[in-house]
Ligand binder design. Structure first.
Ligand SMILES: *[C@@H]1O[C@H](CO)[C@@H](O)[C@H](O)[C@H]1NC(C)=O
Ligand SMILES: *[C@@H]1O[C@H](CO)[C@@H](O)[C@H](O)[C@H]1NC(C)=O
Ligand SMILES: *[C@@H]1O[C@H](CO)[C@@H](O)[C@H](O)[C@H]1NC(C)=O
Length: 367
């Protein structure tokens, strides 16, 4: 980003932060308001990514196509200011609890908690100001052959209604020629709390702004989904994908059957294998014939939210790009949505002394 433009963006952010401080006046907000904005490029050969400490957000991922043409394959806004009031979650690290909490309330050990209702009566992606809407600090930055950066955030007791202080770390690391990992940790300090972090990058392997992803080939290693009600809250059921438009066990184009899915794909897949996570498994493979780009996703989580950018509607993106409906897809590995209300779903509440861990690995290649 050019220095002049960066200056403008910084001024813009400073104004927003002052507004935020004025509104809740908390010491925590003031503390966060002092932090500064940074942009960090991780590069290995022709593969590179750009991340920022605002929301621990991935701003760009660049790699060549089959003709050596380099493109940025993730969606994003033209400047950081646009991320501040963002409701698309481009590239952000979402939490404290990704996805929906029905009614914005839950109970732990008999105590009721009310979280910010930013999606009708539900809490979505941690509330009005989730982890994608705060400054993180840079804990460690390492350059060289395997460049990486670790961002840290201390979430406070009562933030968006969640219980207890929580330390969160995320590391973005290039750990191969055309691959990177995302490693997330969270540690409750004083109260049990639900934790479910997710990386919310939108992919378009043709290059961001270059048409839709409906023609990509998508394979998801999952035999079931968790069906939802009209508010996108899981009913608690686990339904087989066989014979439905949700079956991506063999590679298929989302566009082929999306007309049969009300609203487009936006559902949690129950990944094949053990439900408790911990084991790294191949989650999904996405490829695009025109560019030849292939992306494999590996992770240790039980679920994958597959979302086909159904709410995009001509959003103004980087470099003058315009993102039409289905202009990007998200593959968010996670715990199941609304797990605080579903005893049949894998555990989501962590106690002080326990550590939440989430590992993702993206491998890119050319076919
Ligand atoms: C974000 O929204 C607030 C409140 O609506 C507004 O005052 C502010 O200008 C917006 N910030 C940006 C960067 O658009
Ligand atoms: C929220 O809950 C109230 C009370 O149950 C209900 O009347 C209202 O329709 C709900 N709103 C939405 C957007 O679901
Ligand atoms: C869009 O994708 C096609 C197919 O890969 C490619 O030929 C074209 O150069 C791309 N356009 C842009 C602007 O990147």
């Amino acid at each position: 980003m050019a220095p002049a433009r960066k200056g403008m963006v910084l001024v813009c952010l400073a104004v927003v932060i002052l507004v935020a401080v004025g509104r809740n006046g908390g010491a925590e907000a003031r503390k966060r308001g002092k932090q500064s904005l940074g942009f960090y490029e991780l590069r290995r050969g022709e593969f590179s990514m750009v991340v920022t400490n605002w929301g621990a957000t991935i701003l760009a991922v660049r790699l060549p196509d089959k003709n050596g043409h380099i493109a940025d394959v993730v969606l994003g806004y033209k400047d950081i200011g646009s991320y501040v009031n963002d409701t698309t979650y481009f590239g952000g690290l979402v939490g404290r609890v990704a996805n929906r909490i029905a009614g914005g309330r839950f109970t732990i050990k008999g105590r009721a908690y009310h979280t910010y209702q930013n999606d009708g009566n539900n809490t979505l992606h941690g509330g009005h100001r989730g982890f994608n809407q705060v400054f993180w600090s840079v804990r460690e930055r390492v350059t060289g052959d395997f460049p990486h950066i670790t961002f840290a955030y201390r979430s406070y007791d009562g933030e968006q209604g969640f219980p207890g202080d929580l330390d969160v770390l995320v590391t973005y690391k290039l750990d191969g020629d055309c691959s990177y990992s995302v490693t997330m940790y969270a540690r409750p300090l004083d109260k049990p709390t639900p934790v479910n972090l997710a990386q919310h990058t939108y992919w378009n392997l043709r290059g961001h702004g270059n048409g839709t992803v409906l023609g990509h080939a998508v394979q998801i290693f999952a035999s079931a989904v968790t069906p939802v009600d009209g508010d996108l809250i899981p009913t608690g059921a686990v339904a087989p994908v066989a014979g439905t438009p949700f079956d991506f066990r063999a590679p298929a184009a989302p566009g082929a059957r999306i007309a049969d899915v009300e609203g487009g794909y936006d559902i949690n897949y129950v990944l094949d294998g053990e439900m408790d996570g911990q084991r790294v498994r191949k989650v999904a493979v996405v490829s695009d014939d025109d560019s030849g780009r292939v992306m494999e996703l590996w992770a240790d989580q039980p679920g994958l939210q597959f979302y086909t950018g159904n709410f995009l509607k001509g959003d103004a993106g980087k470099g003058g790009a315009v993102y039409a409906k289905h202009g990007g897809m998200c593959l968010e590995t996670q715990d199941f949505p609304d797990a605080v209300h579903e005893p049949g779903f894998p555990r989501e509440v962590y106690r002080p002394g326990q550590v939440y861990k989430h590992y993702m690995l993206y491998k890119f290649s050319i076919k």
